[in-house]
Design a protein around this ligand. Structure first.
Ligand SMILES: [Fe+2]
Length: 241
């Protein structure tokens, strides 16, 4: 499976469903009025677990606001921005790579959140699969040093943004702290893991205490998903043409 297909599928369906190869990435029902708009630009992938599945780390109220208001809002904005333009037939990843301003912001936020939901799991935490663990150890010295650096980057990032574990063009892992809608997709880097550090991601449950949210996130990381993303990087270089 090509990396882009892999990411679209996993973003929509979660790692376990992907392994079966039976899930279509953007299979939600298509409103007739939006039929001219590419499905990837208008169909918000389903959450890979129930709204209360991550509690008490993230409450049902927090998850519903984040998914149903913020994430859904980016898709709604995106569909509105591309309607009636030549952009409407493009795939989401292509829009991200070729746009700027409001179009980029909404497209990247739509993609980033779809990826982010899969980075967490009710059964998360622990350590990465062996191949990814070896790569993390090679890049950061130890798994403990990596988690410390990721936590520090997420806690100290000023303002809204995303902190990523990603591969560079040589395949080496790096931590990227990117502002606003920043995403490896537009940087020709391979996303492996991300944490949303926008206040809307945690403010209902944690108020201003981002550090508590980030530390709790570390215990809910879906390392199986991250490991699959890293393996996909191993087989196909980003971006896939
Ligand atoms: Fe968010």
């Amino acid at each position: 499976m090509k990396r882009r297909e892999f990411l679209k599928t996993t973003a929509a369906a979660g790692g376990l469903a992907v392994a079966s190869g039976t899930v279509s990435a953007y299979s939600a029902e298509t409103p007739a009025a939006d039929s001219e708009i590419h499905p990837s630009l208008r169909n918000q992938p389903p959450l890979p677990y129930s709204f209360d599945a991550l509690a008490p780390f993230l409450s049902e109220e927090q998850m519903r606001f984040h998914y149903e208001k913020h994430h859904a809002g980016y898709f709604k904005n995106l569909a509105g921005l591309v309607a009636g333009t030549s952009e409407a037939v493009k795939e989401l990843e292509e829009i991200i790579r070729t746009s700027s301003g409001g179009l980029f912001n909404n497209a990247a936020q739509a993609w980033n959140h779809s990826f982010f939901w899969n980075c967490m799991s009710p059964d998360g935490g622990g350590k990465p699969p062996e191949t990814l663990l070896r790569a993390i150890t090679a890049a950061f010295g130890s798994f403990e040093n990596f988690t410390e650096k990721l936590t520090e980057a997420a806690v100290k990032w000023f303002g809204s943004g995303w902190v990523w574990l990603a591969t560079d063009k040589t395949g080496k892992l790096e931590i990227l702290a990117l502002p606003n809608a920043g995403t490896p997709v537009s940087l020709e880097k391979g996303p492996v893991l991300t944490v949303d550090v926008w206040e809307h991601a945690y403010y209902i449950d944690y108020r201003n205490e981002r550090a508590k949210y980030v530390r709790a996130f570390m215990d809910k990381i879906n390392w199986k998903f991250a490991g699959m993303c890293y393996e996909a990087r191993n087989s196909v270089r980003w971006p896939v043409k």
